[in-house]
Design a protein around this ligand. Structure first.
Ligand SMILES: Cc1cc2nc3c(=O)[nH]c(=O)nc-3n(C[C@H](O)[C@H](O)[C@H](O)COP(=O)(O)OP(=O)(O)OC[C@H]3O[C@@H](n4cnc5c(N)ncnc54)[C@H](O)[C@@H]3O)c2cc1C
Length: 424
């Protein structure tokens, strides 16, 4: 939003309470994808839009968003191959491509894997390049009915329009500021992931034996990310953790599909999906967004829901609405071709590499953040570091910290119960 608005010539201030990309964006399944499973719910518009946005992202940040062939093994899906083949044909049709094909024991189809945190950082940095002001660790504490915004440091802003893009925080924030909607905007669902240090060769899409849910394994950060679950959860987005049941569910299902997989899960994390409150069953809810105007504050616009993949399109739609309603003009859409480069990430204000590394990865491989910070200090990752170093470190963060720094693998730190730390 900040990038698109600044590029259209508006004066933009972005207030972020933590760091860019530190929220749900750091908890995603790391796919820029159409969402194959949403075809079952008839969400053709969303799938089409997401596939188009996937391709745009591959073009804007080719080093962070890459297409890969995903494997759908026959044995892991309760559907007839002809049905899967038809679904993939439709997916290709919506993608305007012919990528899927039959293999020996299953199907291949195409989607993209992405690295969300640097992608978010580059987008914010590009907004700065276009004139936006970005303040980190400077959240909004209050919005008043006259449309004034008060930030954490006590500064008061009087913007023409306020856009709230708070992911799963939105209802809590509105309630806290005394401006709740008549019914909650979101019905969030928690999604947990397991992380393994062992890497799979290619992404796989599987179906859980226990309940038929779709889950996947993708190569990620030098290892494998396995997820997710989908459980309604209205708890504080600042405190979302996977439960033992979720970890056990993913681990059991993964081992069921890969009985020869010996490595134990190495880490786990969870996030809240900002799903629009529309009363459907949690798995049936698709990831479409709503852009709503507050009933009592005329200049307060709220973005509800959406996907990481569709963020650019959501910003475009929001700006069209803002221009129509508040600015009475129509400027040209322009972000499709805008490249997002490492130089952009460098423009972001930050206190130091260690700080940002912690916030942007936010996976809590150590239970104790102080211990994590200490380790980074020991590694000599200095406060004066550059964004380039950040990205390099980030990409190889998990691999390097074990391989090159000789840190022994953790013993059971309580993150996983004893039974999950064993190979049985
Ligand atoms: C488990 C899981 C898997 C997912 N997988 C995918 C996927 O593979 N592909 C995909 O496209 N999408 C995926 N999504 C969806 C995607 O992650 C989200 O839609 C997207 O990240 C939302 O981005 P956002 O910027 O709206 O929200 P967030 O990333 O949550 O950002 C909201 C920001 O608001 C800040 N904030 C909160 N309160 C305040 C305040 N008072 N003042 C200032 N700032 C504040 C937070 O610090 C945060 O940085 C997944 C989501 C989950 C939970």
């Amino acid at each position: 939003m900040a990038l698109d608005a600044a590029g259209r010539g508006y004066s933009v201030v972005l207030l972020e309470k933590k760091d860019i990309g530190a929220g749900t964006t750091s908890r995603t399944s790391r796919m820029a994808h159409g969402g194959l499973r949403y075809l079952e719910y008839g969400a053709f518009g969303l799938v089409r839009e997401s596939l188009r946005e996937r391709d745009i992202l591959c073009h804007r940040a080719p080093d962070l968003v890459r297409k890969r062939d995903f494997f759908l093994p026959d044995a892991a899906h309760g559907r007839l191959p002809i049905l899967i083949g038809t679904g993939l044909f439709l997916y290709d049709l919506l993608a305007l491509s012919r990528d899927s094909h039959r293999a020996k024991n299953g199907f291949f189809y195409r989607d993209a894997i992405c690295v969300p945190e640097p992608l978010a950082a580059r987008t914010a940095g590009a907004a700065i390049r276009h004139g936006a002001e970005i303040r980190l660790r400077e959240g909004v504490v209050r919005i008043e009915t006259n449309g004034d915004v008060v930030s954490r440091s006590g500064e008061r802003f009087r913007p023409r329009v306020i856009v709230l893009a708070l992911g799963p925080w939105v209802d809590r924030f509105l309630e806290g500021t005394g401006l709740p909607f008549p019914k909650p905007l979101l019905n969030p669902s928690r999604g947990a992931h397991l992380f393994f240090r062992k890497k799979i060769d290619r992404p796989v899409l599987l179906q859980a034996k226990r309940d038929g849910r779709v889950f996947f394994g993708v190569p990620c950060l030098g290892g494998t990310l396995v997820g997710t679950t989908d459980i309604e959860d209205r708890s504080d987005p600042d405190r979302v953790f996977p439960t033992e049941e979720e970890k056990d569910y993913l681990w059991t299902e993964w081992r069921h599909r890969f009985p020869e997989w010996e490595e134990r899960p190495f880490g786990a994390w969870a996030g809240l999906r900002p799903l629009v409150n529309e009363g459907k069953d949690v798995s049936a809810r698709t990831r479409e967004e709503r852009i709503v105007i507050h009933p009592r504050v005329e200049n307060l616009v709220v973005i509800v829901g959406g996907k990481l993949t569709t963020a650019r399109a959501i910003a475009e739609k929001t700006l069209r609405l803002l221009e129509r309603r508040y600015f009475k003009r129509r400027s040209a859409d322009w972000t499709r071709e805008e490249r997002l480069t490492i130089e952009d990430a460098r423009r972001l204000p930050h206190r130091g590499i260690a700080d940002i590394l912690l916030r942007r990865t936010a996976v809590g491989f150590y239970d104790d953040p102080e211990k994590e910070r200490e380790t980074l200090r020991e590694w000599g990752i200095s406060v004066e570091g550059q964004a380039e170093l950040l990205e390099r470190e980030y990409h190889s963060y998990f691999e390097e910290r074990y391989r090159d720094f000789g840190i022994p693998p953790r013993k059971n730190s309580g993150f996983f119960p004893e039974k999950m730390m064993r190979n049985d």
